[in-house]
Write a protein of this length. Sequence first.
Length: 719
Amino acid sequence: MVEKKNVVRTACRICPAFCGIEVTLEGNNITRIAPDKNHPSSWRDFCSKAGNANNSRIDPRRITRPMKRVGDNFVETSYEEAVAEIAKKLTEIKNEYGPDAIATYLGNPGQTNTTSSSFMNGLMAAIGSNNNFLVGSIDQNAALLVADRMYGSEFAVLNPDIDVADCILLFGTNPAVSCMGWVDQTPNGWKRVLERTKQGADLIIVDPRATPSTKKATTHVMVEPGQDWALMLGMLKVIFEQGWESQADCLDANGVETIRTIAEGTSLKDLSQRCQVSENQVRDIARRFSTAKNGFCIARTGVSQNRNGTLGEWFSQLLNLVTGRIDREGGKFYQPGIMENTMKVYNKMMPRPGRKSRIGNYQAIGGCYPLAVLPDEITTPGDGQIKALILNAGNPVNSGPDGKRLDAALQHLDLLISVDLYQRESHRHAHWLIPGSHFLEREDYYGLLNTLSEKSHVQLVHAAVDLPEGMKHDWEFFLDLALAMNVPFMGKPELNKTAIDSRRIAAETGDPQRAFNPRWLWGPLTDRSGQVKWEDVVREPQGFIFRNKEYGLFRRLLQTPDGKIQAAPQEFVDVLKKRLAETEGKSDSAFPLSLVNQRRSSMMNSWLVESNYHRKEYGGFVDINPADAASKNIREAQSVKVISATDSIEITARITADVPPGIVSIDHGWGSRMFDPKSGSEPEIHGVNRNQLVSADLLDELTGVPNLNGTRVNVEAVS
């Protein structure tokens, strides 16, 4: 039982800001959630997502008991029956088709649920399957792959040193809404950027459309969606021509001369035409960035979510390297977590699967294959064809490309299990609905993830309230499945015996804490680090800062074969040469517009659409420039059809100069149905799913990331 207090200090686990929060209770009821202004790391990004977080916990449609499909309906059942039947079916599938016939998909809320995700991975290791899929494959894959190839580890994450930076160059990000976190975590980052600009820093934001962030920039550069790489390569060309590079940093890395040769061989006029940024502006921002005393370049989802995402992320790292901004004050730096060299630890804990995806031949990134190939992995016969799928806190039909294609594929599964708070669009064909925990009801510990933050902060994030009566944690469900299947949890047979024996002791003594639980893993991991002690972590509910900011560590900890930064990985160079040989342009008369997206502070991707407070239904309109609207006889608030080569959607037009001619914008994350399996009432839906327009075939060939930004479309008025 959670100890009852008037106020529980914990942390929000919705976005990478991880704000400290104070939860006010009356019994087991939450009456208020407010920022914990004494939190040592983060609270100033507190927003409505955290303030209204209890809404999703108490929603009457929430699933709190296992539910089994019977015909077209679901009926509540016991955990014992659910585990027994699911374990039996999984065992049959494993025996008949092999372990890789069983797959998982981890969604956005599951990424911050350390207990659920790690115990699900423990189940998959027990089964012997590497067939895992992740929501991060639609946006983060490029960042992880570039880190691995340049620095030797997917966990090689560099943080921006905002408070002393003189030039801040941001590509494809809207931090006024999303904050400054992504793979890295920068508490209060946007407010600090604005403060730094007041002190004279140059803020340059590259984005196809105007946003709340671009309106605060020194300069807003409007770029053609998906062509950020061409702008960055043009900047590198100018920097090399003018001798503005850091000679020492270039000599200390491998491959910079290859980049120099490629840049010198390009035409600035051609690159300018590709990215739709004038040659003068390319030269201007190259000068301002490279000649500033210090600064940093960041590329985010606007860059990564298209077929050129890897090139864009790679060039953003090269801009920092070539101008001497890596591992420097005022640039980007590496801050150790509880393990000084988390890159090395990560590489040992996350060995790369020996096989590539059957469809598309994609390597696993972050231990997972691209979501875009999941439909064909289900429907294509052969060894490794997916027959059973566990959806853990995910809604891939809504989040990924061409959702109708995935929805159709899910019907072919022999077993589809959803672990979630609700039954969403992707769970329409589920055979089992298993309750998922709310973050306010569980503990989490970010022993490895804290190295992604600019502050060496460690915290055991406590539960604020108990689980609903009779409900188990997700991690218990995954452990129960491994035990019922009689497979070695986490690949270690001794853990099964430990779990069984400890549960028996807990039952005999009446002390549930004596049963095997996540703390049994977290404690030894922490104590082995040598940086902090587990007993100190447990003692401090708000956590604590255990190490000051440091510079100059990164190069010493690199995991590349020769210990140097690799500036020109051959696979990146090959794709770059391929792109330079391609002819870019807007000549497609059938689809003359480029589609981009925008997000809102009241939601996290598709998470919280149904339960949070929104000032309006943002996902129900398409932004279109007045000139484009006039040419198509489209009026304000008129119904229009947005058409791509993949699908079409009907939506309302909003005419605004925030998007330039040739660009249209629709918010992402909307358009998922919310079902109520208990009552069987009509599903609730908010907005339109713009990702239906995106192809699952036109992908970044290096990462499998779909073209969520830059899909070609047309817009027609609906009479």
